[in-house]
Design a protein around this ligand. Structure first.
Ligand code: ATP
Ligand code: MG
Length: 554
């Protein structure tokens, strides 16, 4: 039983609106601009918008906010749809702000007719200067007093392509002395002769965000339009447009955007990392994008769980990346198949074992009674992990060292009798003996050992490439660190092990879900895997290594 959670402030608003009969059902929207891949911050917004509607029997639209033709691409639209679906949500309708360009043009014309918008010929510097400052009122210029007829003519001429980029803008006529800078005659249309990914060359004028967003909400009858805190000062303009146009009264509500340690989340910065080859594309497993997390093996369920855990805040804060990893670990612990993989092999020869192969039984997941078991081949030639052996071991060393015994997981107890060194004096092989009565599951040896090692049998081992990922940044609060965020890139964030050795089951396993490589962490097959060369990404370690580091540093 989950304990009962108190309502967040958005749930309270929705419950009140439903109780008062203001709405019979709610409609939310997720409004990405298709100018990049979605990141974990967007996942928060997705879970919030879709989650809220779902909880109260409402619906959610997926609306692409595609009003800026120069940065938007169809590739991004496709990736966004894939990510939302993968996260487990279904939208009611797939919509585009560009669907409404004609309607928005009509809305703007209505404002002109009401004497509430005018065409301004000033250049952008003049407009900025005349806007004043937060402590100083702006000034009204002469274009502000153009007649309705003149404005209508000019606006239509803007549309028909008579002017070049920046030559004219359409502004709402509100209040040049408003304490809210956004209300000082904001620009609502600009000229931009650019090809749009959906409307092609039909338009050369495009609505600004503030004119497109609220009206799009209203056209769709969105009841609760949820956005992040930076839009609070935009809200009076959002309401003003809807009021003046007398259209469906959508309402805007704001929550704190998600920020996380050791990563960046602005699409602009993510794009830089991609373009400047600091990472290998948008879905490089070190990125904060949803596609990167999917590729890294984060289950969608653990991302939803994380978004639920952090709740909905009204103040900005920085969430520990470790919390997301905790959710990933918790989920994978329940579902991941346990397999043995040796990353840095040291050969072991069991001198008293016959020249045959024995199949040993080992459970797939001790946390899941239904996961069954698989057979692991055991033979006299094995690999163990090089760092599971020490020639001169300290007192409480429970792994292998000369004369010492350990258990091989799901197999036998072995004892290290002799070590073989190469020409340089490095240990290259161990000669061990096994205790035949110590077989796991039917151990009658009476011998107690403290250490259990993972291993693979050499004749049947499968070679695999392992990619170990670490944090992409070295500092916690990357966005607020001094100087260029790229100065803080962790140059050691990818470590590739070209030749690891895995037990053969991995070849026939369903590789669409995650594995736990015993004693190593959680891993997932990468899409670079081929029949001949398996590639695995480390999803997350078994424990939070960074938390330990942080404690040590204290
Ligand atoms: P970015 O700054 O990363 O480019 P954005 O806000 O420009 O993000 P949009 O595509 O416009 O990206 O965002 C779509 C929705 O996702 C918006 O409602 C936005 O408020 C929300 N969103 C974006 N980033 C975050 C975040 N870090 N936390 C929560 N919600 C976010
Ligand atoms: Mg945006």
């Amino acid at each position: 039983m989950s304990e009962e959670k108190s309502l967040n402030f958005l749930e309270e608003i929705v419950e009140a609106d439903l109780a008062s009969g203001k709405y019979q059902s709610i409609l939310t929207r997720f409004p990405p601009e298709p100018n990049g891949y979605l990141h974990i911050g967007h996942a928060k917004s997705i879970c919030l918008n879709f989650g809220l509607a779902k909880k109260y029997g409402g619906k959610t639209n997926l609306r692409f906010d595609d009003t800026n033709p120069s940065t938007e691409e169809t590739e991004y639209v496709e990736s966004i749809k894939e990510d939302v679906k993968w996260l487990g949500f279904e939208w009611a309708e797939e919509l585009y702000a560009s669907n409404y360009f004609e309607q928005l043009f009509q809305f703007a014309s209505q404002l002109i007719e009401k004497g509430l918008a005018y065409v301004d010929d000033s250049d952008s510097e003049t407009i900025a200067k005349e806007k004043g400052t937060p402590t100083q009122a702006g000034v009204e210029n002469s274009f502000r007093s153009r007649t309705v007829a003149e404005n209508l003519q000019l606006f239509n001429d803007m549309r028909s392509g008579k002017y070049s980029d920046g030559e004219k803008v359409l502004r709402a006529k509100i209040d040049m002395a408003s304490p809210n800078m956004h209300m000082r005659d904001p620009i609502i249309y600009r000229i931009k002769h650019a090809h749009h990914h959906r409307t092609g060359d039909k338009w050369c004028i495009y609505p600004m965000y503030d004119f497109a967003h609220g009206q799009s909400d209203s056209i769709e009858n969105i009841t609760h339009s949820i956005c992040t805190l930076e839009f609070i000062p935009h809200r009076p303009l959002y309401d003003w447009c809807i009021e003046q146009l007398e259209i469906f009264p959508s309402k805007q509500y704001e929550f704190a955007r998600l920020n996380m340690t050791y990563t960046v989340m602005s699409k602009r910065k993510l794009l830089q990392l991609v373009n400047e080859h600091h990472v290998n594309g948008w879905d490089d497993p070190r990125m904060s994008t949803i596609s990167a997390m999917r590729r890294r093996g984060y289950p969608a369920e653990s991302i939803r769980e994380f978004c639920d855990k952090i709740g909905v805040a009204k103040r900005e804060n920085l969430i520990d990346f470790g919390l997301l990893e905790f959710c990933v670990r918790e989920q994978l612990n329940k579902t991941a198949l346990r397999r043995m993989v040796v990353f840095d092999p040291l050969k072991v020869v069991i001198t008293n074992y016959p020249d045959t192969t024995e199949m040993l039984d080992s459970e797939n997941n001790p946390e899941d009674a239904n996961a069954g078991s698989r057979a692991i081949p055991f033979s006299k030639e094995l690999y163990i992990e090089r760092d599971d052996f020490m020639e001169v071991a300290p007192k409480k060393y429970f792994r292998l060292s000369p004369g010492q015994m350990v258990r091989l997981k799901s197999a036998y107890i072995i004892k290290c009798d002799e070590l073989i060194k190469d020409a340089e004096g490095n240990v290259c092989e161990l000669h061990c003996s096994y205790i035949p009565e110590s077989k796991s599951g039917s151990d009658t040896s009476g011998i107690n050992v403290k250490g259990t090692l993972h291993w693979v049998s050499i004749p049947t081992a499968i070679k695999a490439e392992i990619r170990l990922y670490d944090r992409l940044f070295k500092v916690e609060d990357v966005a607020n660190a001094e100087g260029d965020f790229k100065d803080y890139i962790n140059s050691d964030s990818l470590h590739i092990i070209a030749n690891a050795y895995a037990e053969p089951a991995i070849k026939s396993d369903d590789r669409s879900t995650g594995f736990q490589f015993i004693r190593k962490g959680y891993f997932v097959s990468d899409r670079d895997s081929t029949e001949d060369q398996l590639v695995f990404n480390r999803t997350v370690g078994l424990k939070d290594a960074w938390a330990k580091e942080a404690k040590k540093a204290q």
